[in-house]
Design a protein around this ligand. Structure first.
Ligand code: KG4
Ligand code: ZN
Length: 365
């Protein structure tokens, strides 16, 4: 009978300071006892992106309180925990170091074991936390910082089938919103505009569909949108609401088409391995987009695969996923010492060739 484990998780790799407590009794479904997230959106809003130095300082200031809040919401003390799991990369180094130092401090003071977690593994294992699914499954991470297909075989066994070679899709949504004078974060704003738009009026490129792999590219799409906007402005001296809605709809349709087609290819590779209960899971803020979600769901349907999207609060950055990944790794015997290093880059898959870029948080994978 597997042991009951209660693990504190810490996350501070980008612009969310988070702490959570997750418990798993034996092999039962894990339970989130608390999950606290302090976002930094306001702190960075004047700069048009995350400022690493500001982020690191805010993490360092907030982590202690965040841990206290997570423990009190879980009605537990440190003495009742079995381990501390912390994001040790990839991400913005100052933030990751804040988290790792905080976790080491707790472990040094209490004697609790320390487990370093790859942030991407946290995202990738989330469907096991929410739905207790079995390996192997296919995971598509789509956010402002990540975009990759992962074949997940075990808590420490990931194969990256492909990913973005430049921007992440959320980043492209954010830039599109900026170009069209819409608020940040751009994804929800662009989606709302697209509702009244005609996706067929402007034909934006579908990059890399001519290449028979699972890699994606979104930076050309943003350039095409910029050119289209400038052309309309030159012709009419400005853009109307309808022009804007049509551009949003065209852009969203292009992203959805590309993701759908590349997902079809990734699914083909995954299904060729003969999984007994095939599952396509998504994570990341962009998975909230109804058009994209719909497109992915129909590809999964068409290929006889179950589609799974965890609740949004667990799709975006959080510490419950880190605590849960900690439980999985701890059960497998993983323990880290006080020499655990913060790693700005940390590919999940050391075998597949490195990608050129992977979103606004820097080349992570
Ligand atoms: O996962 P997330 O909260 O943070 C990281 O980037 O890691 O994702 C945020 C991204 C932003 O770029 C935001 O514009 C995008 O997800 N997003 C959306 C939608 N909601 C959030 N993109 C498209 N459609 C949406 N409805
Ligand atoms: Zn993330």
């Amino acid at each position: 009978m597997a042991q009951t484990l209660t693990v504190l998780g810490l996350e501070s790799s980008c612009d969310d300071t988070a702490a959570a407590v997750v418990r798993q009794s034996g092999v039962d479904r894990a339970e989130i006892l608390s999950s606290i997230v302090y976002g930094q959106t306001e702190l960075h809003s004047a700069y048009g992106g995350v400022v690493p130095e500001l982020a690191a300082r805010a993490h360092a200031e907030k982590l202690d309180q965040c841990v206290r809040d997570a423990l009190s919401a879980a009605e537990l003390t440190l003495a009742e925990l079995d381990a501390v799991a912390v994001t040790a990369g990839p991400g913005l180094i100052g933030g990751v170091m804040s988290g790792v130092m905080c976790a080491k401090g707790i472990c040094a003071a209490t004697g609790l074991p320390l487990v370093g977690i790859n942030h991407l593994a946290g995202h990738a294992l989330t469907p096991r936390l929410t739905d207790a699914i079995s390996f192997p499954f296919l995971m598509l991470l789509v956010s402002g910082g990540h975009c990759q297909y992962l074949l997940v075989r075990a808590p420490d066994d990931f194969t990256r089938l492909g990913g973005t070679i430049d921007d992440a899709p959320g980043e492209a949504f954010d830039k599109t919103a900026r170009l069209l004078g819409l608020p940040q974060p751009g994804g929800p704003a662009v989606q709302a505009e697209a509702i009244t738009g005609d996706p067929r009026r402007f034909r934006f490129p579908r990059p890399l569909l001519d290449r028979d792999d699972c890699n994606l590219s979104f930076s050309g799409l943003k350039t095409a949108l910029l050119r289209q906007r400038d052309q309309i402005v030159a012709e009419k001296n400005g853009i109307t609401r309808q022009d804007r809605a049509d551009m949003c709809a065209g852009f969203q349709a292009a992203v959805a088409d590309v993701l759908a087609e590349k997902t079809r290819r990734a699914l083909r590779i995954y299904l060729a391995e003969g999984p007994s209960e095939p599952i396509l899971a998504v994570a990341g803020g962009v998975a909230a987009n109804t058009a994209i979600r719909g497109a992915l769901e129909s590809v999964a349907d068409e290929m006889g695969t179950r589609f799974l999207a965890p609740p949004l609060a667990l799709c975006t950055d959080n510490a419950a996923m880190i605590a849960y990944a900690g439980i999985e790794r701890f059960r497998n015997g993983a323990r880290d010492g006080m020499d655990l290093a913060a790693r700005p880059r940390w590919p999940l898959d050391n075998i597949s060739p490195a990608l050129l870029g992977s979103g606004r948080k820097g080349a992570k994978a």
